[in-house]
Design a protein around this ligand. Sequence first.
Ligand SMILES: [Zn+2]
Ligand SMILES: [Zn+2]
Ligand SMILES: [Zn+2]
Length: 254
Amino acid sequence: MKVTMLGCATSTGVPIVGCNCSVCQSDNPKNKRTRSSIFIQKDDINILIDSSTDLRSQTLTNNITRINAVLYTHSHADHTHGIDDLRTFNFINRMEISCFANELTVNNIKNNFKYIFDNIPSAGGKPRLILKTVNRKFRFESVEITPIDINHANWIILGYRIGNMAYLTDCSGIPSESVKKLQNLDLLIIGALRYSPHTAHFSVEQAVEAIEMLKPKKAVLTHMGHELDYDILKKQLPKNIVPGYDGMKINVKD
Ligand SMILES: [Zn+2]
Ligand SMILES: [Zn+2]
Ligand SMILES: [Zn+2]
């Protein structure tokens, strides 16, 4: 299984428009972050997690020409607003795309993007998506996927485990039932917004605590804000934890 980090920024992206801070002004390409999303290739099946605001540029940059399914973590704008660009994949792949989310997210997406799901023909065209609710382990084609409940402020949203890889973005807490589903991981990708606490996201310190509790072999941080400089953060982290960067590729044993 191959995992590509398409984007690892918080909702604003980094650099933030108009910001003069050292990270936003940095020349380091690893400090240029698009909105959080990953792409998973397993058994010839291509799975996207979230359709970020930057989906079009992410798929062009990474030469992605086929998407079989989309797993949605939640309905916040940064994780969904690329949804209309899935239309291109309907054209080039000549198929509808199966999308999976929990009930809250399905309802919010249907409400936020009513035009996609209203069955009214549109001259402008619209994506053809089959949006399904998931709350327990399921299979898409040959791929076994485990939705993982996590806290995101007062919402329960989904992380996902596929094989020995798990993706938990926008996480502010991990319920104990979910901790059990996150054992023996080779790779954990987890959100870490900034150094100071936030009600809806783990800080770097809280993400590191969660990683030390779950004990994956390797962990990668994502959903990072402009407070976090790649090189500085990398030096501060324990050896098995690294900050993510856009375009990062990780192979995980099947
Ligand atoms: Zn987010
Ligand atoms: Zn900045
Ligand atoms: Zn969010």
